[in-house]
Design a protein around this ligand. Structure first.
Ligand SMILES: CC(=O)SCCNC(=O)CCNC(=O)[C@H](O)C(C)(C)COP(=O)(O)OP(=O)(O)OC[C@H]1O[C@@H](n2cnc3c(N)ncnc32)[C@H](O)[C@@H]1OP(=O)(O)O
Ligand SMILES: CC(C)C(=O)C(=O)O
Length: 658
């Protein structure tokens, strides 16, 4: 059996950090309130871990991106590793690629020949950081170097002394100003007291750290082999025991072997860290370095400016992946394809409500100038727009989704605010389709299902199609068209009007007529009188789309209808919905009636036409001035006076959104 029943026989737990009994660790009560100094080691620690390390041209591309993002300290190479690495450093210095406010860092092992080569590579740069490292934990001392603690200290101090000498010579030669960054490689596995002892000896040997010219201690979790709280304890122990704390920058360098590098970095900052070394998207040896994008955006989402710009995150991600020949999972924090998408119904519902509420809240702030536009969105911790994403992928619909998600997609793409009960009804259509195909319902497929379901097209999709209609008032006594429609008002329920609709019914053109209090009831009466369809009205709702641009504003009517003898349940079962969209409110109502009727109709047979298309009313039955609402149902322009003339055979244009 490969896994042990008792792993304690093979693996040792991490040792506790020896805080004195009267010292309570402080990091658990701290809060991060400002961003750290960032160091990108993409071009060194990231690069050394690649299957195929980057060419210098690729490194330059990534270097430029790092500058664009805002890094002020960039580890650009391991110059002693190869001529190519050395030449990369030379080329960016000599070609003026390094802005004045950016410091280059290069790394060197504690070996004299390699230290000399590393310092040489930096000649002529304005400010450089020489990053000296050796592993100091027991296993490395014993296995790799076969050194005692004293020998380890000697090896380190000799290297520091050499760095000091060579950097001073280089400063005298080329003016380059140097900072020492001493890395205790495998710090997190080192005895804390020994780490501090070594640190203090290095500080002493360097001898010139001051509050205005600090030296850096890089506390590497070279291999992450304990929980993040242990790393924080280690950092706090070092930070509170090192001498000249005000002349020292504490840098944290977590790796991700346990998958908690980000947590380790965050706790390391609380524990005294001033600086973070890591890579974009967590590239690096084995499971990687700490991911600087996640760290920066974690801070950003807490209202702390990271000082790094990820406004075009998908471009940055694409570039980093290309340079590293690497991919990231779709669930990767902030950067993955799916991290700003909700598939689950209740999540979608909460997000939709959150967006609606936020739009209201923010527009109130715009109107009054009072308040702050806080982001308070269920399930989405950060506004995707801040990272250059839109909201189009926020809600994606599958068989796991609910009505709210479907309604959101329709709102986003057709601007239609579907009433709650209708959402239930349309959601069933979408869910059936999604279950049938076993696939995600895309925006295009949902939109197309909506148009199909509610017969929203310029061509007859259903058995009934309304080409045009006329409305004119009837005198109560004669029930004959008489007075001008301009006297008609929806506010006067007692005024009886006549609806005359020019239709295609099962492919045959015909006119239907009916009377009622208002256009909807008159249209229903026509369906009853001419097509023998008895229909009842349920709930209805109206909406205006493009309300802020009058020339393109459209009225939308949502109308629930049901057959007599059936009463719609609370969940909407037993009823159908229709949708009508038009530049004209009344036309939208009439269309909604026909849309719902088409759904109720099924394959029931309809009586033959008594009359094919009515003639234009003559002076004997109606005065031509009373043709008030008789407009062509044509989208794209506002009805004018001349539209009040009805033309036979007009095809309706069902443009649903402007
Ligand atoms: C944790 C980290 O990421 S640290 C950075 C690691 N990065 C790299 O190693 C990438 C670039 N490295 C290289 O190109 C090569 O390793 C070189 C050029 C630096 C050295 O190459 P080589 O001389 O062939 O040595 P090699 O690669 O086998 O390294 C092992 C030797 O270095 C020693 N060593 C390892 N780390 C250090 C150090 N920090 N200081 C001094 N010596 C060290 C080992 O003890 C071993 O010495 P030994 O040969 O006497 O037993
Ligand atoms: C040498 C240091 C900085 C390192 O890369 C590590 O320990 O992971």
């Amino acid at each position: 059996m490969p896994m042990l029943l008792d792993p304690a026989t093979k693996y040792l737990p991490y040792p506790a950090v020896p805080f004195s009994p009267d010292y309570a660790r402080r990091w658990p009560t701290q809060r991060t309130t400002s961003s750290p100094i960032w160091l990108s080691t993409d071009l060194r620690d990231g690069n050394q871990a690649l299957v195929n390390p980057m060419s210098n041209a690729t490194k330059l591309e990534l270097f430029r991106e790092l500058i664009k993002i805002g890094f002020k300290e960039i580890e650009v190479a391991y110059p002693s590793a190869s001529e190519q690495e050395f030449q990369f450093v030379r080329s960016i210095i000599e070609n003026g690629e390094v802005p004045d406010n950016v410091s280059l860092q290069v790394i060197s092992p504690a070996r004299p020949d390699l230290i000399a080569r590393s310092i040489e590579s930096l000649a002529g740069s304005r400010h450089a950081i020489i990053h000296l490292y050796n592993a100091v934990s027991p296993v490395f001392r014993e296995v790799v170097f076969r050194n005692t603690k004293e020998q380890t200290i000697d090896l380190t101090l000799n290297a520091v002394l050499l760095v000091k000498k060579l950097t001073e010579e280089e400063t005298a030669r080329s003016g380059t100003r140097f900072t020492l960054n001493y890395c205790l490689e495998t710090f997190s596995q080192t005895e804390p007291e020994f780490a501090v002892e070594l640190g203090n000896r290095v500080l002493e040997e360097w001898g010139k750290a001051s509050p205005t010219d600090k030296m850096i201690f890089n506390l590497a979790a070279t291999v992450e082999c304990a929980p993040s709280n242990h790393y924080a304890d280690m950092v706090e122990y070092f930070s509170t025991h090192i001498k000249q704390r005000d002349s020292v920058i504490i840098s944290v360098h977590p790796h991700n072997d346990r998958g908690t590098a980000v947590a380790a970095a965050e706790l390391g900052l609380l524990a005294g860290g001033d600086r973070i070394e890591g890579c974009l998207l967590g590239n690096g040896e084995r499971t990687g370095n700490v991911d600087l994008i996640t760290l920066a955006l974690n801070m950003y989402s807490q209202g702390i400016s990271p000082g790094l710009d990820f406004s075009h995150l998908s471009d940055t991600v694409a570039l980093v992946c290309r340079c590293n020949d690497m991919q990231i999972p779709v669930r990767y924090p902030y950067a993955g394809q799916l991290v700003f998408s909700a598939f689950a119904g209740t999540h979608q519902d909460a997000i939709k409500k959150g967006l609606d509420m936020q739009a209201k809240r923010w527009s109130e702030i715009d109107r009054t100038g009072q308040g702050i536009k806080y982001w308070a969105m269920p399930y989405i911790p950060l506004d995707p727009k801040d990272l250059g994403y839109g909201y189009e992928n926020l809600i994606r619909v599958s068989s796991q989704s609910g009505k709210a998600g479907t309604a959101y997609v329709i709102k986003q793409n057709m601007q239609l605010d579907i009433p709650r009960r209708m959402q239930v009804s349309f959601y069933k259509v979408v869910q059936d389709e999604s279950e049938r195909t076993g696939k995600e319902m895309t925006v295009a497929s949902i939109t197309s299902a909506f148009k199909q379901t509610y017969f929203l097209d310029s061509k007859p999709l259903g058995r009934l199609f309304l080409h045009s209609y006329r409305l004119f008032p009837l005198s109560p006594s004669t029930r004959e068209p008489s007075s001008p429609m301009s006297d008609y008002s929806d506010d006067e329920p007692q005024s009886l009007i006549r609806f005359e609709g020019e239709m295609t019914v099962d492919g045959e053109k015909r006119t239907i007529r009916g009377d009622g209090h208002g256009p909807v009831l008159a249209a229903l009466d026509a369906l009853r009188a001419d097509l023998a369809l008895e229909l009842n009205i349920g709930e209805s709702a109206g909406q205006t789309i493009n309300a802020d641009s009058p020339a393109y504003a459209k009225a939308v009517t949502f109308l629930e209808m049901y057959l007599p003898g059936t009463s719609p349940s609370k969940s909407g079962a037993g009823s159908v919905w229709g949708v009508g969209i038009s530049y004209d409110v009344t036309a939208s109502k009439c269309r909604a009636v026909i849309s719902a009727t088409n759904k109720l109709l099924g394959d029931r047979s309809l009586p033959r036409a008594r009359k094919i298309f009515s003639p234009r009313p003559t002076a004997s039955n109606v005065d031509s001035d009373s043709w008030l609402q008789g407009i062509k149902l044509r989208a794209g322009r506002i009805p004018s006076r001349s539209d009040q003339d009805v033309h036979e055979g007009d095809t309706t244009n069902w443009a649903t959104t402007a």
